[in-house]
Design a protein around this ligand. Structure first.
Ligand code: CDM
Ligand code: ATP
Length: 301
């Protein structure tokens, strides 16, 4: 048996925000068609991958309350392993030990689970030397979650369809104060709610070309603030200081500032029970640069 030891490689799984979110249609399968602009934040989980000599996929530490089989990191690794075998890209199923340093709040609309899945697909594609193209990885990712393709592509983007039709855009990169209410909001429960508006008109070509992100809203915001008084109270408080909006189906809110000092001034006044952090918007996911570096290192080895 081959007992080769492999180096460990670490990659970021950044957060995203939806700078606006329109719901334009409900499909027959229950999924919703959206129009949104995704932007990444310079805050991330870190995943460390070590190739194994056997075909096992392990994850440490686990996420309390999420079974290994339901963890999007495990699901992404398993999906890629199965695909590699089906497509005969490998002689034997490859294995990996994964370590997760979780920094992103979960279930708040920051896309941590989807981002973890995308990082796993991209990192293992490299580590297992599969050479699968980005489009195919995005397609595999879409089977795991609507937001995975955007994290695979790794650039700020206008997204439509269920989020998988992606047009890269370069947008302003404010400093954000991200506030994290204590309530957990299930994405599925918001999308299933009878009072969710679902028929916002699609943007015109003119609106798409000259995106005015200040003017465009999040269609989930009215419903979420009605259902969750804690979010309503926090939103009203933040709006006194800065333009503020819900990300995804909530409950995290992002407030925009031109400097870290300004964001910190408001952060210092927040009620003590509200968790928060300051992050900058970025147009390119830090993961892209890390993958490029790993590729260069591999070439010189
Ligand atoms: C709303 C967003 O946060 C915008 O970024 C995302 O599109 C949600 O993406 P996600 O959490 O990866 O969502 P998924 O795990 O794919 O779906 C969770 C649930 O939300 C609903 N869902 C999700 C995305 C979408 N475009 N339409 C939907 O109706 C579905 O009921 C689905 O069962
Ligand atoms: N690796 C993972 N990281 C985070 N959550 C995960 C992971 N794997 C599975 N999950 C499950 O997914 C749920 C949603 O987590 P996530 O952080 O992606 O939410 P979110 O930011 O609201 O996502 P979105 O904006 O895409 O709706 C969690 O509550 C958890 O049960």
């Amino acid at each position: 048996m081959n007992h080769e030891t492999y180096p460990s490689l670490s990659f970021s799984a950044p957060a995203k925000i939806n700078r606006f979110l329109h719901i334009t249609n409900r499909r027959e399968d229950g999924y919703h068609e959206l129009e949104t602009v995704f932007q990444f934040l310079d805050i991330a989980d870190t995943l460390t991958f070590t190739r194994r000599n056997d075909n096992a996929i392990t994850l440490t530490p686990g996420i309390p309350g999420v079974a290994l089989a339901d963890n999007l990191i495990f699901k992404a690794a398993k999906r890629l392993q199965d695909f590699a075998v089906q497509q005969q890209l490998v002689d034997t199923p490859p294995g990996v030990s994964i370590n997760l340093d979780k920094q992103l709040p979960m279930g708040g609309g920051l896309g941590g689970g989807s981002s973890n899945a995308a990082t796993t697909l991209l990192a293992l594609n490299r580590i297992w030397k599969l050479n699968i193209d980005t489009e195919t990885l995005a397609r595999l990712g879409l089977q795991l979650g609507a937001d995975v393709p955007i994290f695979v592509h790794g650039h700020s983007a206008f997204a439509e369809g269920v989020g998988e039709i992606i047009t890269p855009v370069d947008i302003d990169c404010p400093v954000f104060l991200i506030t994290v209410p204590s309530c957990h909001i299930s994405t599925a429960s918001i999308f299933q709610h009878p009072q969710l508006p679902r028929t916002t008109a699609r943007l015109t070509t003119e609106q798409r070309v000259n995106l005015d992100l200040q003017q465009l809203q999040n269609d989930c915001e009215k419903l979420v603030t009605e259902l969750y008084p804690e979010v309503a109270k926090l939103m009203a408080w933040l709006l006194e200081y800065a333009p503020s909006r819900l990300t995804g189906t909530g409950g995290c809110i992002f407030s925009s500032f031109t400097s870290v000092d300004d964001a910190q001034r408001v952060q210092s006044k927040l009620p003590p029970n509200i968790k928060s952090f300051i992050a900058k918007g970025v147009n390119s996911s830090p993961l892209l640069a890390e993958l490029k570096l790993a590729e260069l290192k591999q070439q010189t080895e």
